[in-house]
Write a protein that binds this ligand. Structure first.
Ligand code: ADP
Length: 388
């Protein structure tokens, strides 16, 4: 009797194992039929979650990583609307974006410049990056979404931001502390030059001049360091700003240099109104425009400002017919205190473009340059349209 019971228990266990195995096979077999076993192997080996969605937004296929990311079994997902994986508050908008995608289907990141969030079965949320690609299958058009959990990346970014902030706080304090003694050096060098010049010989007077100009240069450097530090220390103002007005006031500020060099400035396309910090936009325009004027030895200097509207962002350009930039240094010049010319040739601190980069990146945009030596330079930058 005892033996019979044991055999019965073993049989029940064996049946249970076989059922599990069958369920596993059923799950993968239906996908195998659709996708082919090679594709299936690749799909399952992928480190990212892969979800294929049909034309009306129903999930047609998922890989193991997608199951793991969202905490659902694949059977629970197949045939469900993709919005099941989107937090409730974004679902309505997601349907619209999904419909839109079919009007211009191409491989691209989803929601460029936006923070995307996935929703697990248990309702918890996590940050994701998603790349979309259209594919044509026998059953009609499908969209492949590749989903990456970026929780770790976000954590590192946050730590980096904190460190940069700490460094900017430090720079701010040091620069402030330096201002006071520097003011003294500049003032006393001035007294020496004015009141005691008659007691000095030519060489002595030259030294005093050198002292004065060094103090002025250091003041400019400190001013730029403080500007740079303030960008990440202070939250930017958020107000509607007509960039045509900003450009107008920067042109006025630079009118002396413009008149001196007889620079022709043209605006090819009216600039938009965006939500941003007007002071920072002024700083950005001033740096780009003053560089376009300064690094220009043409007999007829020209600066052309243009705007293109792209999907999701504005593309601005400042094009000059100046001295140009060797392609080898075109990334380097956006670093702090990176200059390609001695002070005697072109004055400056080397902080202008680093400030521009920080301003633009703080708005979620990008800045870069296209140039050839002797053939002028075009500085491009983008601003997301959500700032508009
Ligand atoms: P600064 O103008 O004070 O030197 P920036 O950070 O604004 O500092 O620029 C860094 C360097 O990039 C400049 O010293 C110059 O060599 C180069 N540069 C910037 N703008 C231009 C331009 N429009 N044409 C040629 N070179 C440029």
């Amino acid at each position: 009797m005892k033996d019979r019971d044991k055999t019965k228990e073993q049989l029940i266990e064996e049946i249970g194992r076989l059922r599990d195995r069958l369920a596993q096979l059923e799950g993968t077999e239906s996908i195998d039929r659709k996708a082919g076993s090679k594709f299936q192997g690749l799909l399952e080996a992928a480190p990212d979650g892969i979800i294929i969605v049909d034309r009306i937004g129903l999930i047609a296929l998922v890989n193991a990583q997608a199951e793991k990311l969202f905490g659902y079994g694949r059977k629970e997902l197949i045939g469900q609307p993709i919005e099941i994986l989107v937090p409730e508050r974004f679902r309505g908008a997601h349907v619209g974006h999904r419909e839109n995608y079919h009007t211009q289907p191409r491989t691209r990141p989803m929601g460029a410049g936006l923070d995307l969030t996935g929703r697990r079965k248990d309702g918890s949320e996590f940050p994701v990056e998603i790349s979309l690609s259209p594919i044509e299958t026998e059953e009609g058009s499908r969209v492949i979404s590749i989903v990456r959990d970026i929780t770790d990346k976000k954590g590192v970014e946050q730590k980096l931001r904190e460190k940069i902030r700490e460094m900017d706080d430090f720079v701010h304090v040091v620069s402030h502390d330096l201002k006071e003694p520097l003011r003294g050096i500049e003032a006393f060098a001035g007294f020496l030059a004015e009141d005691y010049a008659h007691l000095l010989d030519d060489e002595g007077r030259r030294y005093v001049q050198f002292l004065k100009s060094s103090a002025i240069r250091m003041k400019d450097l400190i001013h730029d360091l403080l500007t740079l530090a303030s960008i990440s220390r202070k939250a930017p103002a958020q107000q509607k700003v007509d960039l045509n007005r900003i450009l107008g006031s920067v042109e006025q500020d630079l009118s002396y240099a413009v008149e001196q060099k007889k620079v022709r400035i043209s605006l090819k396309h009216p600039l938009p109104t965006v939500v941003c910090d007007p002071t920072r936009m002024g700083e950005l325009f001033k740096n780009l425009l003053s560089n376009a004027i300064k690094f220009n030895t043409s007999s007829a200097p020209e600066v052309e400002i243009d705007l293109k509207e792209e999907t999701g962002f504005y593309l601005f350009s400042f094009k000059d017919n100046g001295i140009g930039i060797d392609p080898r240094y075109q990334e380097q010049i956006f670093g702090l205190f990176e200059r390609l010319h001695p002070q005697e040739e072109f004055e400056g601190t080397g902080a202008g473009l680093a400030i521009c980069k920080k301003i633009i990146e703080g708005c979620g945009g990008k800045i870069w340059v296209a140039s050839e030596l002797g053939k002028g330079s075009t500085f491009f930058f983008t601003l997301p349209k959500r700032n508009g």
